[in-house]
Design a protein around this ligand. Structure first.
Ligand code: GLY
Length: 354
């Protein structure tokens, strides 16, 4: 088991437990943190039937009274309507500030539960129990919580860190190949921003890599970045490599393209565009495409650059007429690069395959 710790400005630090079977320790760990009587689990209809009982029993064994709220799986649930219904459920159940929420699922459940926790009674504590690779290595850590608006992804949210995160690597074995690949996009992202050695390990070991070691290595990058810039004013924006075009791709697809797959396409388009503009070492895009292919991820999109570029206008990294890109400079290193919004479409067009 690997134990990591995140220092935040918002709450005292919180622990992240990573390893096989850690989900079963949720009752024990939570009891060591609180005398609370009640926990409400938020989960989805894919995950709850697999892990709901395990988590409920672990909590009940420590004398927590457990209620559950199960939403339909998928990005379409991450909206104000589901959020409102969940808030009403918490109120009808008379959950108090002394009680806890627990997110059991992937990124959608984690983001929605976090935002509900941030706002119900102006804030109740919550636990993240991510069951997807993507949620383990990215969204469960760092306290970004949100729901989508019709105008774009994650436009309504808050910074609100969890009080405990449990990444049970056994859960990775129940993921479909598509969901596993989806999370790999975020792992490869850390490699492209900070860590060439991580890319080399993935290249060497392929899908047989050591789950706990790679999840922990990815989360360590996330922690370092979040601790340096919890509220996303600077360095944390690096974690959005590929995400600006990805949000456009997801939106244009009506959220039928999963987040990680869109991020893979976005990273590849950005890297080719950066090479074409002379901003990135030659050969980087080819190496990135090879590693994306190894993990069954796409390196382009069918959507026109004009559509992707218009989605940029709602990007949270746009300030007035300037959009800050995460620019790949070489294989394993990226930095922040501001660009006039008017130049972004032509820049991105350089990233299309000829
Ligand atoms: N997923 C990017 C971040 O947490 O900042």
């Amino acid at each position: 088991m690997t134990l990591l710790n995140v220092r935040t400005n918002t709450i005292p630090s919180y622990e992240i437990h990573i390893g096989a079977g850690v989900m079963k320790k949720v009752g024990e760990l939570l009891r060591s943190m609180t005398k609370a009587g009640r926990v409400c689990i938020l989960s989805d209809d894919n995950v709850y039937p697999i892990y709901g009982k395990t988590v409920t029993e672990a909590l009940e064994a420590q004398n927590f009274a457990v209620t559950s709220y199960v939403i339909p799986h998928g990005e379409h649930s991450k909206n104000l309507e589901t959020y409102g219904k969940f808030q009403n459920f918490l109120a009808e159940e008379q959950l108090t500030r002394a009680d806890w929420l627990l997110a059991l699922g992937g990124g959608v459940v984690g983001d929605l539960c976090g935002f509900a926790a941030a706002t119900y009674l102006r804030g109740v504590p919550y636990v993240q129990v991510p069951t997807s690779l993507l949620a383990m290595v990215d969204s469960s850590v760092g306290g970004k919580t949100a729901v989508d608006l019709p105008a774009g992804k994650n436009l309504c949210g808050a910074f609100y860190p969890p009080s405990l995160v449990l990444c049970d690597t056994d859960a990775l074995s129940t993921l479909t190949d598509e969901f596993f690949a989806d999370g790999m996009a975020e792992v490869i992202k850390y490699g492209m921003i900070f860590d060439k050695e991580l890319l080399d390990i993935l290249d060497r070991e392929g899908k047989n890599f050591d789950r706990e070691a790679i999840v922990a290595r990815s989360i360590a990058h996330k922690i370092r970045t979040v601790e340096a810039d919890e509220f996303d004013h600077g360095e944390r924006q690096l974690l959005n490599f590929g995400h600006t075009p990805a949000h456009g791709i997801e939106q244009l697809s009506g959220y039928t393209i999963p987040h990680g797959h869109a991020v893979a396409s976005g990273m590849a388009i950005m890297t080719r565009a950066a090479e074409a503009a002379g901003l990135c070492e030659a050969g980087c895009a080819e190496k990135l495409s090879a590693i994306l292919e190894k993990f069954d991820l796409p390196d382009d999109t069918e959507f026109p650059v004009s559509g992707i570029a218009s989605a940029l206008l709602n990007d949270k990294k746009r300030k007035g007429g300037i959009l800050t890109w995460v620019m790949p400079r070489k294989y394993g290193f990226s930095d922040l690069y501001p660009m006039a919004v008017g130049e972004c479409e032509a820049f991105l067009a350089g990233g299309r395959r000829k």
